[in-house]
Each structure stands twice: as C-alpha cells, then as structure tokens.
Design a protein around this ligand. Sequence first.
Ligand SMILES: CCOCCOc1ccc(-c2cn(C[C@@H]3NC[C@@H](O)[C@H]3O)nn2)cc1
Length: 450
Amino acid sequence: MNKIQFPQDFIWGAATASYQIEGAVNEGGRGASIWDTFSQQPGNVKNGDTGATACNSYHLYKEDVSLLKELGVSSYRFSMAWPRIFPEGTGSVNQEGLDYYHRLVDELLENNIEPMCTLYHWDLPQALQDQGGWEVRETVDAFNEYAKTVFESFKGKITKWITINEPWCASFLSNYLGVHAPGKKDLQIATTIAHHLLLAHGRAVQSLRQIDGDAEIGYAPNAGWSEAYSSSEEDKQAVRRANGWHIEWFMDPVFKGEYPDFLVQWFKEQENVTVPIQDGDLEIISSPIDFVGINYYTGNIARYDEGNGLFHVENLNFNYDHTDIGWPIYPEGFYKLLKYISDRYGSVPIYITENGACYNDGVENGRVNDVKRISYMKTHIASVNRALHSGVNIKGYLAWSLMDNFEWAEGYDMRFGLVHVDFDTFERTEKDSYYWYRDTIKKAGYDLSE
Ligand SMILES: CCOCCOc1ccc(-c2cn(C[C@@H]3NC[C@@H](O)[C@H]3O)nn2)cc1
C-alpha cells in the first residue's frame, strides 16, 4: 500500500500575494501602500529590498499562469492590491487597477484554473495609514467599500474570496512586535487593530451575501502550533496562552462570537490592554463563512518561563531540522493543529491556503535540486492526509508559494517558491519540487517509498 492518497475531487493549488510578486509599484495608477513606505525605510527589510520590482508579475502574469497550467493545479490563490483599486484608499476607483486583475482572472479562467482571491494581504493604502490606518474604524468602512467594489466587478468570475490574510501578522507582528509594516510596538494599538481587522472581515462577508449569493467567502488566520514540554499545569497553561494568541484570538470571535475570555483577562490584568468592542461588533464578526484557510509552516515545544514575553512561555530549540529561514520542521504539529481546529470549531470546510518551506537553493545547469523542499512537502502533505482520514473536513491544499518572491522583512534572500526567480532578469526556473508536486497532483497523492 504505502501510498498517501487523496480523493479525486481534492483541490490542489498554489498561492502568491500582490506586494510579494507584482512589482510595477508606480504603474497602472497604483497608489502607495504601507509596505512601499516600510520597505523604503532603512533597516526594516534585509538588504534594503523592496517590492518595487519583485517578480514583475504585473507584466509577466501570463507566464505565471502558464506555470500554473503546466503544474496542473485547479486553484490559484492570489491577492488584489487595494492601492491598485483605490490609490487613495477610498474615493475614485482606478479602472486600470480593475482592468489588470480582470486580465489575470480571464487568463486563469481560460486555463480552467479557479481564482481564489485574497482582498487584504497586508498592502494597506498609505493614504489610509496617514489617517490612522487599521487603528481607526473608518478604515473598516473603507475596506468594505473596496470589497463591495471588487465583488461587483468580478461577480460571476471570482467565486472564492478570502477577506484577510493572517490577521495576527497584520496586527500583532506589525504593530506590537514591529517586524512588519507599519512597524509599531504598542500592544493596545495592535489589539485594537486585530479587532478592526476582524470587523472588516465580518462586514465584507455581509456585503458579499448582498452582492453575490453564488460566491464563497472565508479568511486565512495564522496557525502556528505550540505543544507543552511537560504535562505540568504551568506548562500546559503557558502553551494554552501561546496557542490562544495565534489561533483562538482570531478564530473564536468568528466561529463562537466571542474572544477567548482567559486571554482577554490576561491582557487586562498583565498589560492593562482591552479590546474596543462596540455593540453589534461580534454579531458582524461571527457572520457565517463558507470555509477557513489555514496557513501552517512550523510548530514547537514550549514550556512555562516566568517573565518571558507576553505569556511567560519559552519556545525550546531541540535542534530539530530547520528550514533556511530557521523555522523548525514539525509536520506532526500540522496534523495536531488540524485536529484541534476541527474539534474546537466543527466541520467548517478547510483549505490549506499556505504551506511550504524556505530553501534557498540556486540554479545549477538549469536545474534547482531542492530535495529538502520535496521532503518537507511529503511530510506535511502526509499530515494533511492523516487529518483528512481522521475526519477533518479538508477540501484542498495550496502550496506557498508558486514562485520565489519578496518575503517581507526577509527580502528576496528567503525563497519559498516551487519556481526559482532571478530577481534581476525575472527568469523563472521550475525547481525539482515543482515537478514532484506536478506528479503528486496528477496522482492525487504519492508513494511513500518514492
Ligand atoms: C520578534 C519576533 O519576531 C519573529 C518573526 O515572527 C514572524 C512570525 C510569522 C512570520 C510569517 C511569515 N509567513 C510567511 C508569509 N505568510 C503569508 C505569505 O505572505 C508568506 O510570505 N507567515 N508567518 C514571520 C515572522
């Protein structure tokens, strides 16, 4: 037997995001985003890299679609850049921006590839940031205007929408830890932003129901996985706080209509931070959705460590194998996470909207022999298969990423692609993992002995 086998109707895909691949930041009427501003500020991004040219996908999208077609995927997850549609965040619509995404979507549909579109993958219009950004509720209204505009424009073409990608990154990583744009370090601001992102999600869900009853909508929360070092109560509580911050903080409000109270109390008592909930917010946030996107990369073993960070928790470094970005390789965590989500939130349809590994192999004699990425994909796709066969309602798997791209604060050094990109010439070279994934898609699985 020795086979990892998926159902024939299992959806296979690949994912990218606008600021990471498009480039052409001053073309097509696009306005500035917070990532243009943040990446231009010295010290924020390795090597001073920016998304100004990226993979040049704004001009090379047909080549990208050809790569997807050859790969054999049935789904392509991309994101729209809000500043291409509304250069000033609100107000007049930039028709050139809509036209670009219509060209991309038409090319996908002509190749029988279903577009899965993320509305917000972190490139907030700078004009809105200048007026308070996600800290102010007016940005929630602006997001809803943007969402309604593209729902109307792409009705009948795009049938799977994702509202917000990784709200933990867009709130806490960006406004408490200061690692991503706009680089703030204030827990109350980050907590307020997290709430407004969830509110924006809920408002967009309600708007889609009014505009296009045939389309499906979800969101893509972060999902790391921490596991207690021991069965001691203090280790278990420390890990409960860590997982709660990454997972429950963003999933309980959507699926249960409330924040995890133990964490709300922790924020209040430890940090004097509160969530600015107004009447009706949680009803909006918990508007029923059609699927949830799970993004998984890594997990860790953790234990209680008095005074260590927000939650008094220490991630232990067991010298597990790591990818080139330094993240431990922990496929069992993926299986445990998926079971945890299914047990806690029920049979909501799940798409793995991101899973992949950073390996920085270069091109040698026209090939990229990224055997470690193939190994990572084998073990992690097997974890998805374990969860699927354990009753978790998983509908598809989309690899992060179709191609090497701008990996945020890590710049272009950290490569997650199935396709290698030369960032000077924009030449694309399919890696060995691309061919392995193509064969796996064709067989809807793979043989463990291979
Ligand atoms: C001070 C401690 O700070 C440590 C860094 O902390 C993080 C956490 C998480 C990430 C992270 C990066 N990615 C991959 C992206 N997902 C979406 C897509 O755009 C991919 O490029 N996911 N999570 C980075 C850094």
